[in-house]
Write a protein that binds this ligand. Structure first.
Ligand SMILES: *[C@@H]1O[C@H](CO)[C@@H](O)[C@H](O)[C@H]1NC(C)=O
Ligand SMILES: *[C@@H]1O[C@H](CO)[C@@H](O)[C@H](O)[C@H]1NC(C)=O
Ligand SMILES: *[C@@H]1O[C@H](CO)[C@@H](O)[C@H](O)[C@H]1NC(C)=O
Ligand SMILES: *[C@@H]1O[C@H](CO)[C@@H](O)[C@H](O)[C@H]1NC(C)=O
Ligand SMILES: *[C@@H]1O[C@H](CO)[C@@H](O)[C@H](O)[C@H]1NC(C)=O
Ligand SMILES: *[C@@H]1O[C@H](CO)[C@@H](O)[C@H](O)[C@H]1NC(C)=O
Ligand SMILES: *[C@@H]1O[C@H](CO)[C@@H](O)[C@H](O)[C@H]1NC(C)=O
Ligand SMILES: *[C@@H]1O[C@H](CO)[C@@H](O)[C@H](O)[C@H]1NC(C)=O
Length: 369
């Protein structure tokens, strides 16, 4: 399932603010004009925050229209202090020294030292994104899911060209977690999803869900026990292309309403039906919620990047027509107003640079499904 679908209603709203924005849509075949050079994650052209997290380099005016993607940093975020979560992404200026996370949509709260992601009938759900990217690494979230049909809790990684790795929790079932992955937004003929049952109630108990994303394999674990491994070589398609996530990704946590009017029936069924806004939990609390206690990040490339001084970010290299996204390490600032040219100072790590064909699927926008 594509978790990002819950933001499908957001683009027009988002296009209405944040500096220069045009209600012009963009994709790899129709990139943004120079007047509004950045193609946001929602597929609209603009400036400012449109050029930060989620900005698609291949659908933007030039390959370097998007700001460089802030480098991965080993961290363990606990959420008793929420001062480093920017409450509205629109006002983010790319300063990762100031903020670790942005609220992209919705509302957060502090619940006994955990981060509450809030869903109400009017807010359309909540999503936060890390300000830094991960280019291979081990990410663990300790969380309690929702328990309501149609309400989905998610912990995912999402790249700017829509490589995606998911832990998802459809609220109708609190004894399972679902793993999934997508390559460049392509919906596979046969689902990549996995179901992992036998958990003690995921609403009442914190469990540790891990995404261990390495250049050659992707491993999903629950409470430290491996439940699934996908080898890159297992993902090679008929054309010989590995349909495997390879591009730097933000970490995203969300609680989203799948069981609402307008959602495709298959998604509603998967999520556990239409949301019951008369649920006693909703009546009592005035909201649905999921709780995140901590998120730890161990970057696979940290050894390399600390060996080379002053690396601060990732950029996409090569040329737009290349079939392979190449990721370069640079010392270029991610700040919106940071001047200067991109100066790649390193060609990347062997293995992590394995580039894949972009092919025809570049134009696919998972949000539209
Ligand atoms: C992150 O911090 C939390 C809270 O202190 C702790 O329970 C957890 O084990 C830590 N995770 C890692 C990977 O160190
Ligand atoms: C970035 O944030 C840090 C921490 O808040 C602050 O000290 C610094 O001045 C900011 N940098 C810019 C360029 O705004
Ligand atoms: C963020 O700020 C913009 C501009 O003021 C506003 O339109 C939008 O509703 C805000 N988003 C949230 C989630 O508060
Ligand atoms: C919940 O998921 C588990 C594990 O996949 C399954 O065995 C069980 O039947 C499901 N329960 C419901 C109520 O759907
Ligand atoms: C690293 O940054 C420092 C301070 O900005 C600068 O003096 C130094 O020349 C930089 N080194 C390299 C190799 O770019
Ligand atoms: C980009 O790559 C395409 C296909 O390889 C090639 O035809 C084109 O000349 C390249 N453009 C530039 C500016 O290098
Ligand atoms: C970035 O790297 C370039 C090339 O090595 C160097 O000239 C420049 O001083 C560096 N800038 C910073 C801020 O480190
Ligand atoms: C790309 O965007 C253009 C302009 O909005 C649209 O006409 C075209 O159908 C889109 N292409 C794809 C593959 O979505």
């Amino acid at each position: 399932m594509i978790t990002s679908t819950f933001l499908a209603a957001a683009p027009l709203l988002l296009a209405a603010f944040a500096g220069v924005a045009e209600a012009t849509s963009c994709n790899a075949t129709t990139p943004c004009p120079s007047s509004a050079p950045c193609c946001s994650e929602y597929g609209f052209c603009g400036t400012d925050s449109f050029c930060l997290g989620g900005c698609n380099p291949f659908a933007s005016n030039t390959l370097d229209s998007c700001r460089p993607e802030p480098l991965c940093k080993n961290s363990n975020f606990t959420f008793s202090d929420q001062s480093r979560i920017l409450s509205n992404f629109t006002f983010f200026d790319g300063n990762v020294s100031a903020y670790d996370w942005t609220v992209d949509k919705g509302n957060i709260q502090n619940s006994d030292g955990s981060l509450a992601l809030v869903l109400t009938e009017t807010n359309g759900g909540t999503r936060i994104s890390s300000t830094r990217y991960v280019h291979y690494g081990t990410i663990t979230a300790s969380l309690k899911t929702g328990r309501w049909g149609g309400v989905v809790t998610a912990f995912i990684t999402m790249s700017d060209v829509k490589d995606e790795i998911d832990w998802e929790f459809p609220g109708g079932n609190t004894t399972q977690g679902q793993s999934n992955y997508f390559w460049q937004g392509l919906i596979p003929d046969k689902t990549n999803g996995g179901i992992h049952g036998g958990l003690t109630d995921t609403f009442s108990n914190y469990h540790d869900y891990t995404i261990d994303w390495q250049p050659d394999a992707l491993t999903f674990s629950i409470d430290g026990k491996t439940v699934r491994t996908v080898k890159k070589t297992d993902t090679v398609d008929a054309k010989g292309v590995a349909n495997y996530p390879t591009t730097p990704a933000r970490i995203q946590l969300s609680l989203w309403p799948a069981g609402i009017t307008g959602t495709p029936q298959g998604t509603v069924d998967w999520a556990g039906g239409m949301i019951n806004w008369d649920d006693p939990d909703y009546k009592a609390a005035g909201q649905f919620y999921a709780l995140v206690k901590s998120v730890s990040v161990q970057c696979s490339d940290s050894e390399v990047t600390t060996l080379t001084s002053n690396i601060t970010s990732y950029v996409y290299g090569g040329n737009r027509s290349d079939t392979s996204p190449t990721i370069l390490y640079t010392n270029k600032t991610s700040l919106l107003n940071g001047a200067g040219r991109i100066a790649p100072i390193m060609g990347g790590v062997s293995g992590s640079l394995l580039a894949l064909g972009m092919g025809v699927i570049l134009g696919v926008n998972a949000l539209l499904l």
